[in-house]
Design a binder for this molecule. Structure first.
Ligand code: ZN
Ligand code: MN
Length: 143
């Protein structure tokens, strides 16, 4: 059983466990959008006593709280500590996600979609082959 240090932050009810802190630190400043599995492997290699389920649970909680973004797509979800709106490219061969330098189209957030919807933001993920995977035989998503 893992020792956990619980702390409340200013009435928001966020529980900062030691494990969560490890995950936040492992993600900080990264632009490679790791999967839960990749983060888990890295933490284990550094000797952290943590389960894959705990890594998943914390990543999902952090995403719900708006502290990181979840990138969905045809493959395992990837996680992005950069919550500033930006667009992505996902390679359908290797599954990696890349930040794009395209400016965020704020005008799209002002679109009236009808049907009673109110837009708060939008995400855009382009799909295709990264430079590394072009010219190779197209492969299935990594397991
Ligand atoms: Zn690729
Ligand atoms: Mn990103």
């Amino acid at each position: 059983m893992q020792m956990m240090i619980m702390k409340r932050e200013g009435g928001t009810g966020w529980r900062w466990t030691r494990q969560r802190r490890l995950i936040v630190e492992a993600l900080q400043g990264r632009t490679d959008h790791p999967t839960a599995e990749e983060l888990y492997q890295e933490l284990r290699e550094k000797g952290a006593q943590i389960s894959l389920a705990t890594v998943y649970r914390n990543l999902r909680a952090l995403a719900r709280e708006g502290k990181l973004k979840e990138l969905q797509g045809n493959g395992p979800d990837r996680f992005d500590p950069n919550t500033h709106p930006h667009y992505h490219f996902r390679c359908t061969a290797c599954g990696r996600a890349f930040d794009l330098e395209l400016p965020y189209r704020r005008e799209l957030d002002g679109l009236d979609l009808g049907q009673g919807f109110r837009v708060l933001g939008h995400q855009l993920i382009f799909l295709g082959l990264c430079p590394n995977c072009q010219g190779k035989k197209e492969e299935a998503w990594p397991k």
